[in-house]
Design a protein around this ligand. Structure first.
Ligand code: DGJ
Length: 733
């Protein structure tokens, strides 16, 4: 059992292979304190680390200054409004309008396995994979019961957390804030904070900054995890790099509003927390009702960011992503978005499919524009009926023709939206999210459906499912192209308006759950104007997510670097697209576009009938590379070797097979360099004592030579050039 409790000292210890997380109880007062998180500690008495014997003393020994204690004690799940002036993890308002809550220890349970979170995505594990601690705290005055869930994985350095809040009082309570995870630790190692930021077509750029006094946070109040900030936070010991240094990381398994915050106090402790953003959040809890907060995954690594990344990848590949495609090579697709935008019909799609099938492409995906009267983005969202003027002969005919070419067929939907110019809106103007008397702001000419209303969810689900039932459709791209605002529901009572954003998210999850149950063989790819919902929540429902609308190979280096810092390559939607690139106008060689897209699910996003013949001729070879390397890329260990963000010259990452028998290095030279013959890169993750042969070379290299001595990569001629280096272990004859 990886979790233990020592009654004599009141200490809980959660162990993973290399980490310990330690919580302590203060006997008389029943405060729950955070003792330690970090490298694994052997069984010992850790209670002294809670500092209850130091000034300020626990209130039972010094009641005249209770505040000093509350304001400095390292809390495990801090309340608010009663004397701890650091920000609380939970907020509650009573019917009388008072806000104060202090959750204190009541009971606990330890058991093998991991419970499900009702209606929410979460990592999963059997009794042999993990153990769970349920720590129940109560606030006697309000009757609020707070159960903290901790699951420690036995083969991975990951601990997950979530919270259930129940109202055991006699009056209704209003939950104004509930963080899914929080803890206090000292900032004694000059920690830096790593977060990811961006914009549309510029997602997940890595940012590091020192932690100072006060609060520093990232978050989203956009109703989605967002392009702009990412539900991820890592604290890095000063000097941490890919290989060395302590990293404390938190990632939210949720796709809506979030807050990730660090607050450094007057005593140099840091309060770290992550959960649903409290802005615009208020949940009515009637007597007996419960609320579940989504899951946070915590990963600790003392082997730098690389160690953290590999833990996330393994956890998500084995304990989050589900379904038939989880461990399978995905069909190589061709998507018509950048090829045709809205201007297509059956004939055009079949022309693309014919050419594509001859080159070895395996699936045609029909993107936006096949329904209603949608010939541009002004109209028809919600009218999920096939436009037979464009799709002459109907959808089934098109799908059958594509199938006859030996290809699968996939389709695009944007189920969460409604166009003001749509039959659906004309019939149900009240179905859009809106505040009465205020005209809701449009974005991309569209409004958002009020998915807090079950009748709307049922209607839309049926519409989508009916299309999927009508033909042999094997893939869905589920898009979501705007953020939420004007937060009002014409279906919720005034007291429940603050529940809208979370109810919306729960409904999206429910729809995707239904979809994957009704169509278990369907490959679902999530998308949100590119990568605005590339998060662990969506990964629970779809094994892959479109990474960004920016398909430029060079821009993608940073986007994919940030994404792959947390999420496995098997999840990363990446395609070879047209040239000059439609987002930035850059001209990049076709080979390079292929190398960059090989880091993900791989596909094409161009009109294959129109590209230059020499590019078309390269496609069969690219496809052969995908087939050759994808098992390794999907399942191997990821090492970030060099970052173009940092060196401004080249980008390099490596994937090593779990058994270290092979490795693939992708090297992209962004800028050519004068008077430079070669660059030395240091490989990683190989077996020191094994000889590796680089494909195309005669000689072999010892793993230790390649890792510590390095490998010389010759300077390539020109900008935006790339090469793959494939290594295979020599088997002794
Ligand atoms: C945004 C997506 O990211 C694109 O790939 C494309 O599907 C468009 N939406 C269609 O409207």
């Amino acid at each position: 059992m990886s979790i233990s409790y020592k009654k004599e000292t009141g200490v809980f210890q959660l162990n993973t292979p290399n980490t310990s997380y330690i919580i302590g109880l203060v006997d008389k007062e029943k405060f729950v304190g955070h003792i330690y998180y970090g490298r694994k500690l052997e069984n010992d008495d850790f209670s002294y680390l809670m500092r209850t014997r130091e000034n300020p003393f626990v209130p039972s020994e010094n009641a005249r200054d209770r505040n000093s204690f509350l304001d400095s004690f390292p809390m495990e799940y801090p309340g608010s409004g009663v004397g701890d002036y650091r920000e609380g993890a939970i907020g509650v308002r009573t019917l009388r309008g008072h806000e104060g809550v202090l959750p204190l220890y009541q009971s606990h349970k330890i058991y093998p396995g991991k419970p499900k979170l009702p209606g929410l995505p979460a990592t999963w594990g059997e009794a042999s994979d993990c153990d769970t601690l349920e720590l129940t705290l109560t606030d006697e005055v309000s009757g609020l019961e707070v159960t903290l869930f901790y699951t420690a994985f036995s083969k991975l350095d990951a601990i997950t957390r979530s919270v259930q809040v129940k109202n055991h009082g006699t009056d209704t309570l209003y939950l104004t804030k509930v963080m899914s995870a929080a803890f206090d630790m000292d900032n004694d190692k000059e920690f830096e904070m790593l977060t990811m930021h961006g914009s549309w077509a510029r997602e997940r750029r890595i940012q590091k900054k020192p932690i100072g006094y006060g609060k520093q946070s990232c978050g989203s109040i956009r109703g989605e995890s967002s392009h702009q900030e990412h539900p991820f936070l890592a604290l890095l010991e000063k000097g941490t790099n890919q290989k060395r240094g302590e990293v404390y990381a938190m990632n939210f398994v949720y796709s809506g509003n979030f807050l990730a915050q660090v607050e450094q106090s007057q005593f140099d402790s840091m309060r770290v927390m992550m959960g649903i953003h409290p802005e615009n959040f208020c949940w009515e809890l009637k007597t007996g009702e419960a609320f579940w907060a989504p899951e946070v995954v915590m990963v600790y690594s003392h082997k730098g960011l690389g160690g953290m990344t590999r833990t996330f990848h393994d956890l998500y590949r084995n304990h989050l992503i589900r379904g038939e495609y989880r461990d399978k090579k995905r069909p190589i697709l061709i998507n018509n978005w950048e090829a045709t935008y809205f201007d297509f019909n059956t004939e055009k799609l079949l022309d693309i499919a014919k050419e594509a099938s001859q080159l070895g492409i395996e699936m045609l995906v029909m993107d936006d524009g096949w329904f209603g009267a949608r010939n541009d983005d002004n109209t028809s969202l919600g009218d999920w009926e096939v436009n037979e003027t464009k799709i002459q002969g109907g959808l089934k005919h098109l799908v059958d023709e594509v199938n006859k070419l030996g290809m699968k067929f996939g389709i695009w939907f944007e189920p969460e939206m409604i166009s003001p110019d749509s039959n659906l809106f004309r019939e149900h103007p009240d179905w859009a999210i809106q505040m009465p008397d205020r005209t809701p702001s449009l974005a991309r000419n569209q409004l958002v459906l009020d998915l807090s209303r079950p009748e709307i969810v049922d209607y839309i689900y049926e519409k989508v499912a009916k299309i999927l039932r009508s033909a042999n459709i094997e893939y869905v791209k589920w898009d979501m192209n705007r953020q939420l605002n004007d937060l009002g529901s014409l279906g919720l009572s005034p007291e429940r308006q603050g529940e809208l954003s979370h109810r919306y998210m729960l409904a999206v999850y429910e729809m995707q759950d239904r979809l994957t149950k009704e169509f278990p063989h369907l490959l679902l790819e999530n998308c949100s104007g590119g990568g605005a919902r590339f998060d662990a929540g969506m990964l629970y429902y779809s094994p892959q997510i479109w990474c960004s609308d920016d398909t430029d190979a060079i821009e993608r280096l940073s986007i994919q670097e940030g994404t792959a810092m947390i999420y496995p390559l098997s999840a990363m939607g990446a395609h070879v697209s047209d040239c000059p690139n439609h987002t930035v106008g850059r001209k990049t060689p076709f080979e390079t576009r292929g190398y960059v897209a090989l880091a993900g699910t791989f596909g094409y996003e161009l009109d294959v009938t129109k590209i230059p013949q020499e590019d078309r001729d390269m496609i069969p070879a690219q496809i052969a590379m995908y087939h050759k390397y994808n098992d390794l890329v999907r399942g191997g260990d990821y090492y970030r070797i060099a970052s173009y963000r940092e060196n401004h010259g080249y980008d390099c990452y490596e994937v090593v097979a779990k058994d270290k028998s092979e490795a693939l290095v992708t090297f992209i030279q962004v800028m050519g360099r004068a008077n430079c013959h070669s660059r030395r890169i240091y490989l990683d993750g190989l077996d020191e004592n094994v000889k590796y042969r680089i494909e195309g070379e005669e000689r072999t290299y010892l793993g230790s030579t390649l890792m510590y001595g390095g490998l010389q990569v010759e300077n390539l001629w020109g900008d935006f050039q790339g090469k793959l280096i494939y290594l295979k272990a020599e088997v002794d004859k």
